[in-house]
Design a binder for this molecule. Structure first.
Ligand SMILES: Nc1nc2c(c(=O)[nH]1)N[C@H]1C(S)=C(S)[C@@H](COP(=O)(O)O)O[C@H]1N2
Ligand SMILES: [Mo]
Length: 319
């Protein structure tokens, strides 16, 4: 079995809370010292900066579905990414010139290892895995996507949240110059999402850095985004610049925008309709214009793995 947790990290190799205050000087220091987190031998996720660059040393995952993946073309041209426009074909056109590098990720809140990290250093200690997941959008379409990523649980263990960390909140880059869709207030920017700590630690939850063994396309959330396959697609926040461990349930973009339509949990549930449409069936993208809609499965087909997270929770009230 692959042991994916990095070896013990010396305190000098991690940004401390006081360093975080002086984030800029840390980033410079981190560059000079060769990075924030140290890679352990045998692992090491490497992220090339060129668009469509191949990712090396990807191991397959037992969590992958054996359903046929959606084509690269469909995965990268039919998207929601409101930072680049609200139409399904806006992201791939408007994100073409987005330059994700260099990328800094801030870790904040109730954890021992908070600070600002160069993304390369942040992912370096982990091994890349391919996770072929069924993905279900709240708008009743679905895809099968071969993500490349690292388990979020491994990252969280490294960051050492304190006992006060009950939730993990994520935020997308807010930069209207680079993300033209943010010049309109269609959402309260930056895009925000969140998970309970148990959901974040679940082995199915990953931070994805690629699709089809290539670096993450801009329109899919370059350079790093969240993937939670038993939840509606909007939980999969793209182009993440902030991770915060919180004691209280964080506010999330779609819940703030339309609380009666989008809850915090957003678990795929064919028995709980959206107020304006049914969630019982879904259209698999790429299956042809006249293909019949297939039934949506509880927790998007991942019930066996995740149902225990919600024991005793009323899933109609907690949608
Ligand atoms: N920052 C950000 N993340 C986002 C969105 C967005 O508008 N902004 N849209 C979400 C929605 S509604 C879906 S269905 C997925 C779709 O993109 P994907 O096919 O690349 O997962 O991204 C999610 N992540
Ligand atoms: Mo969505």
């Amino acid at each position: 079995m692959l042991i994916r947790k990095p070896a013990d990290i010396r305190p000098s190799e991690i940004t401390s809370k006081s360093n975080y205050v002086n984030r800029r000087s840390f980033i410079k220091a981190g560059l000079a010292a060769g990075g924030g987190l140290i890679a352990s031998p045998g692992l090491s996720a490497v992220l090339p900066r060129e668009p469509r660059a191949k990712l090396d040393d990807i191991s397959p995952s037992p969590f992958s579905t054996d359903e046929t993946p959606t084509s690269y073309e469909d995965i990268t041209t039919y998207n929601n990414f409101y930072e680049f426009g609200t139409g399904k074909d806006d992201p791939h056109r408007n994100a073409r010139d987005f330059e994700p590098w260099p990328w800094t990720l801030e870790v904040e809140g109730h954890a021992d290892k908070t600070g600002a990290f160069h993304l390369e250093d942040f992912v370096k200690p982990y091994a890349l895995e391919e996770r072929i997941y069924r993905m279900r959008c709240v708008e009743a379409w679905s895809m099968v996507i071969p993500w490349v990523g690292i388990p979020l649980a491994d990252v969280i263990k490294t960051l050492q949240p304190t006992s006060k960390a009950k939730y993990v909140a994520f935020r997308t880059l807010h930069d209207p110059k680079r993300m033209p869709g943010q010049r309109r207030r269609v959402l309260d920017w930056p895009y925000r999402e969140g998970l309970t700590i148990a959901e974040a630690m679940h082995p199915l939850t990953i931070l994805a850095v690629g699709v089809y063994d290539e670096v993450m396309p801009n329109q899919n959330g370059a350079p790093i985004r969240l993937v939670v396959p038993w939840k509606y697609g909007f939980k999969g926040i793209k182009s993440i610049v902030g991770i915060r461990f919180t004691e209280r349930m964080p506010r999330t973009s779609w819940n703030m925008s339309a609380p009666h339509e989008y809850g915090f949990y957003a678990n795929v549930n064919p028995n709980v309709d959206h107020p304006r449409w049914s969630q019982a069936r879904e259209r698999r993208i790429g299956s042809g214009l006249f293909a019949s809609r297939q039934p949506t499965l509880m927790f998007n087909g991942y019930a066996e793995q995740v149902a225990s997270l919600y024991e005793g929770l009323d899933l109609v009230r907690n949608y």
